[in-house]
Every structure is written in C-alpha cells, then in structure tokens.
Design a protein around this ligand. Structure first.
Ligand code: NAP
Length: 299
C-alpha cells in the first residue's frame, strides 16, 4: 500500500489552509473532501471580517481561491467521506479505498443543528424548511419567511432574506439576541424584519409545502402563516467517525490541546474541535498551525 505523508480530512477553511501550508512544505498532502466540498463557507454570502478584504469576500470565491492555491503547490484532492478510521495506525477507509498515512489532520467541520420537531423532516429540502438562505432564499421572492435562532447566523440569514422576501420574522426563544452587536443592530433596524421574542417553534405545518408555523410563547400557543422557515440554531461537529478514538465533549467536539490530539501525528483544526470561535479566520489559523505541527512531526 502506498503510504501518504499527510491526509487532511475535510476541505473547508481549516482543511484548505492546512493543505496550502503542507503543500508548500512539499508534503503533497491528500485532501479527502467530505460531504460538502468547501465546507460551510460555500453557503456564506459576503464575509465582511476576513482580513484583507475591506469590501468583504464571497464565501464561494474565498474557498475556490484557497483550493487553487493548494493545487498550485501540489496538493491532491479525493472526493468522498471517511467511513472508518484507525487513528493510531493512521489507516483510513474511504469509499472502497484503504489509505495509509504518516500523519493526519482532522478538519471535518460541523453541520447545521436541527430542531427535531414535527414537520421538519416532512418539509425538508424544497418544501419550505432550509438551513441555508444563500442557497434557497431566492425561492421565497415576495413571500413571508421565518428564521429561527438569535445568533450571528440567524441575524445574517434574516438580513439576507430581506433581499427577496416581503417580510422576515426572526423567532427567538429568549428576549435577547446572542449575535454580535453589529449584526443585531442590522436586524433590529431593518423595517422588513420583525423579531418574535420569547417564542418557540413547536411544529411546522402544511400539506405539500409549509403554510404555517405553530408557535408558543409564555402564555399563548398560536398559528402564524409562513411560506418557509430557515433554521439557524447553531451547529454540530462532524466527528462521529472518530468516536471512541479521540476524546470528545458531550456534543461531539474533539477535545484537543490547541491543534494537538493525544495521538502522535494526529492533529485537528477548525469547527470539529472549536466550539467557541468558529470563524473562517480562526479555522484558517488552526489549519495553518496543524500543518506546521504535522510537518515538524514528519521531519
Ligand atoms: P450560535 O451562536 O450558537 O447561536 C445559536 C442560536 O440558536 C442561539 O441564539 C440559540 O439560542 C438558538 N438555539 C439553539 N438551539 C435552539 C433550539 N433548540 N431552539 C431554538 N433556538 C435555539 O450559532 P451561530 O449563530 O450559528 O453562530 C456560530 C458561530 O459562528 C458564532 O461564533 C458566530 O459569531 C459565528 N458567525 C459569525 C458570523 C459573522 O461574523 N458574519 C456569521 C455567522 C456565524 P440561545 O441564544 O437562547 O442560546
């Protein structure tokens, strides 16, 4: 079996930055792209806080440029997801292939969290429930939609949806937004967004498509008409395949000391291990650090 120098699992901001550094250090890393090549940034519109882009940068463009940069230095990509892995022996099974490597960087990112309420599954994908305004917002031109959540993602999605929608309701379970001040102010000053405070979504209702939401406040339960609902309630790390091999917290985030796991030659970067910052730039920084650590380990 051909033994790789370095396999990077995941092709989001963390994985691609690790790949740029590792490729430039002549390691010819192999990147296993995962379920969503390019990661979550693919679904982001304008990133306003990535250094070096005073006018913002489109998530898709940023990721595409990162990928071009990795390939310029000799990184290689393989589509597919890791089905099983032995981290100690560094043997990876990926859709019919067995890959052995000297070092591994885990950069598998996270996926949007679901509410697990009635109607969510039934109307998923094109029938009125989405986790991506960038992907699906244009389908709701002149419609009324809800965004669930009170963080930066919810505010960003709500603000973005006002490009298309007649009205956007931000439905939040508390009476205070978790979002950063700049994002919160943007939402609260947008006349097309109304915030429903202290409100919980109990059920997503309709026949073929979503027609209304069943909502609950402290002293009331009621129906409100909607054409769609966007869930923006945080994320879950993509770490199931590593369970029992590395230490994880109760939500599945890999517990690491920075980018170092307890296993020699196995490093982590980005949203799969960072429950606090979860920014493109912090993921990129961790990716760079993981690649430098992997290079030192290999030499
Ligand atoms: P988040 O900050 O964890 O916020 C999740 C929101 O969803 C919270 O308001 C939470 O309510 C709510 N929520 C969670 N579970 C819920 C449930 N079961 N039912 C109802 N509501 C629920 O996640 P995020 O907004 O995705 O942001 C993640 C990270 O990415 C953050 O660090 C954020 O700053 C960053 N981010 C940055 C930008 C930007 O700067 N442009 C854009 C997007 C995201 P509670 O408040 O009550 O907990």
């Amino acid at each position: 079996m051909n033994v790789e120098n370095l396999v990077i699992i995941g092709s989001g901001c963390a994985g691609l930055t690790a790949a740029i550094y590792a490729a430039r250090a002549d390691l010819a890393p192999l990147i296993i792209e995962g379920q969503q090549p390019g990661g979550q940034l693919i679904q982001t519109t304008n990133i306003e806080n990535f250094p070096g882009f005073p006018d913002g940068v489109n998530g898709f463009d940023l990721v595409s440029n990162m990928r071009t940069q990795t390939e310029k230095f000799g990184a290689r990509f393989r589509s597919g997801v890791v089905e099983s892995i032995d981290l100690k022996k560094k043997i990876i099974d990926c859709e019919g292939d067995r890959i052995e490597s000297r070092a591994i960087i885990i950069a598998t990112g996270a996926v949007p969290r679901r509410l697990n309420i009635p109607g969510e599954e039934k109307f998923w994908g094109g029938k009125g429930v989405s986790t991506c305004a960038t992907c699906d917002g244009a389908f709701y031109r002149n419609k009324v939609v809800a965004v669930i959540g009170g963080g930066d993602s919810a505010c960003e999605e709500a603000h973005f949806l006002t490009r298309f929608c007649l009205k956007v309701y931000l439905i939040h379970r508390r009476n205070q937004l978790r979002a950063s001040k700049i994002m919160a102010d943007r939402v609260l000053s947008n006349p097309r967004i109304e915030v429903l405070w202290n409100t919980i979504l109990l059920e997503i209702c309709g026949k073929e498509k979503v027609t209304h939401l069943y909502l609950k406040t402290q002293d009331n339960e009621y129906d409100l008409s909607f054409d769609g609902v966007f869930l923006a309630i945080g994320h879950m790390p993509n770490t199931k395949v590593f369970e029992n091999q590395v230490e994880c917290d109760s939500e599945g985030y890999i517990l690491a000391n920075g980018i170092t796991t307890g296993i020699p030659g196995v490093f982590v970067a980005g949203d799969c291990c960072d429950r606090h910052y979860r920014q493109a730039i912090t993921a990129a920084g961790m990716g760079a650090a993981a690649a430098i650590a992997a290079e030192r380990y290999l030499s």
